[in-house]
Design a protein around this ligand. Sequence first.
Ligand SMILES: Cc1cc2nc3c(=O)[nH]c(=O)nc-3n(C[C@H](O)[C@H](O)[C@H](O)COP(=O)(O)OP(=O)(O)OC[C@H]3O[C@@H](n4cnc5c(N)ncnc54)[C@H](O)[C@@H]3O)c2cc1C
Length: 406
Amino acid sequence: MKEYGDFISEEDRMTIAAIRDFVKEEIVPIRQQLDEDEDRKLVHLVLDGLAEMGLHKRGLPESLGGLRTNAVSLTVGYEEVARGDCGIAMTMSVPAWVFGPAMRAHNERVVNDLCPPYCGDEFVEACQGMTEPAGGCNIESAEYRGKTIQTRARLEGSEWVINGAKQFPSGASVSDVYLITCTTDPELMEEGIALIYVPADTPGLSFSKPENKMGMRFTDVNASIYLDDVRVPMEYRASKEPMKDFQSFRNFLSWGRLSSAAFAVGAAQAALDIALEFTGQRYYDGKLVRQHGLQANMLADMIIGVESARFYYLTVASMFDNRKVYGSPYTDEQIARATGAKLYAADMAVKVCNMAMELTGSYGYMKDYNIEKYLRDCKIIQLWEGGGQLGRIDVARGHYEMMPFV
Ligand SMILES: Cc1cc2nc3c(=O)[nH]c(=O)nc-3n(C[C@H](O)[C@H](O)[C@H](O)COP(=O)(O)OP(=O)(O)OC[C@H]3O[C@@H](n4cnc5c(N)ncnc54)[C@H](O)[C@@H]3O)c2cc1C
């Protein structure tokens, strides 16, 4: 646990030790089965096992039995789980992400109606739908300020009526609650952004078949969401104050990207560990592979990558935990920091997994060695939440003023 330095508390150390045991015993031995677990029975067994430790309640309302936590504790927990499987870490992180806006707005109706099952003994999936068929980046982009959101919500009496579609959200079709990013009027820009909770059994809500994808194949389910005259009580909008929904929308980006950095570091650490073990057992030219300068050089670069990405996300997480000094996570500056940590960690993880494969030769290409799974899983972290290109624009925006493009 020394790798986390002084960022973590004594309590964190105990939690990490428990997660580490669980990952070693319950996830690592079935990593490949999770990748082929089409009916998701094993996936839910693992998620329920993590729930037994209370991890699913972190960040959820204390009034319902949820657990108060901070950004450092949350993210190191994600990294630990991701060392076993980063799709599991991702799925486990979603409920806190989804209920964050209602909690920020003190929305008792949403908390009391929809959140209790998430604080129960079993893990329940949730979904945050932002991306649309016409594009993910143009919804997330600060340039467009909500103008390009096509999912419309109109108030009719005491109900929101929602029409539109979402593309790819994690947990789509398998969740109990959906938080849908809508606009009440695109001309209102950020003031028009409305985050509205939709229970899974609401008439008018339907889904495509799950996507068939490269990684996180069954640990995270992605599908299209269709909203056809979906009606929910007007209190299901996260906040009554429009700009607060906009801030929560920006919070999705900062928390999502910071968490993504931890998932990527977990995957990279796992690939590095496999490469270290393999090169510590295999010989060429009379010496262990890892004792050759060429390979030691590669391993050193991998170690430097993993450690620097870890300290990057931990530093940003500790800044999230000190709002008096660094401001709220939704500010341009904090989004830039979280995005930088995510871009750095995701690029590093893909590179480290590739290098691990080179160090293990054809063995690493085989499923039995798991490197190919970590490589497939972590590739999406580079692409989601705005990808590398919008991400870099957000980093630049947070550090100097940019001319608007639109
Ligand atoms: C496994 C998985 C999980 C996901 N989970 C979720 C989720 O939980 N919730 C959710 O809402 N979505 C989710 N997504 C969707 C994901 O976040 C988006 O796909 C991603 O943000 C990119 O959007 P896009 O695919 O529409 O690509 P586009 O936005 O069409 O981008 C295509 C290309 O153009 C570039 N580009 C486009 N616009 C800009 C811009 N303004 N500035 C710079 N570059 C730009 C992009 O970088 C990219 O290279 C998930 C996707 C996957 C595969």
